[in-house]
Design a protein around this ligand. Sequence first.
Ligand code: ZN
Length: 251
Amino acid sequence: MEGAGAGAGAEPQRERERDREREQQQQQFTYQVFPERLPDAKRSFLATSFFTHNQKCQLMLLKALDRSPYVKLLLDAMRRSGCTVYRERHFSCEDCNGNVSGGFDAATSQIVLCQNNIHNQSHMNRVVTHELIHAFDHCRAHVDWFTNVKHLACSEVRAANLSGDCSLSNEMIRFNFGLKQHHQTCVRDRALRSILAVRKVSKEYAQKAVDEVFESCFNDHEPFGRIPHSKSDAKHAHRDFQNRDRYYSNV
Ligand SMILES: [Zn+2]
């Protein structure tokens, strides 16, 4: 149908259109090589914000895997336990509901990172560490995530205790000043909240599960060998772990 019924006056108009196209092509010449680099206005607002969230999330994940001593130790430990973690296969940056930061999907052994709720590198490091502790527990033991709430409670206690979720600086950011005892209170509190976020159980039921496992799971510091309260603690733990690894591989 193109051009059908168009009168003599159509020619100059087409000419003008062609000129305009040429002009636009010249303006966009540098962008055409990388279509994704078109000016932001060309994309819808939603597409733009999704793109940046997802890309930011991927970049922060890369940095966490590369630099966080907590994460590096856990990756080594997973490898040694025969559960090597691959970035492409085992991590997924997604939008999540509410203010959830991440999750471990035991069915697929995948760690979900909530790209809409993780806004800085230190938060990313903590979420990756927290979820890798669940993955580590999943790898080393036959965790019954869905029918035994005590198993879930134990892993949540360990994740809150060892990931830095309750380290003093994080607590201070939340304006909860306190001393050593506070660490335990924080761990209990966060484990309880994590259980309630993923299971439809009463607060009392979840509380009872946390109480029952707390003593033994709070004192289980594998694979760190201690509670890493800071980055330098985690670095030392990683070095010790590597030495332990070397020792075992020699015997
Ligand atoms: Zn958790």
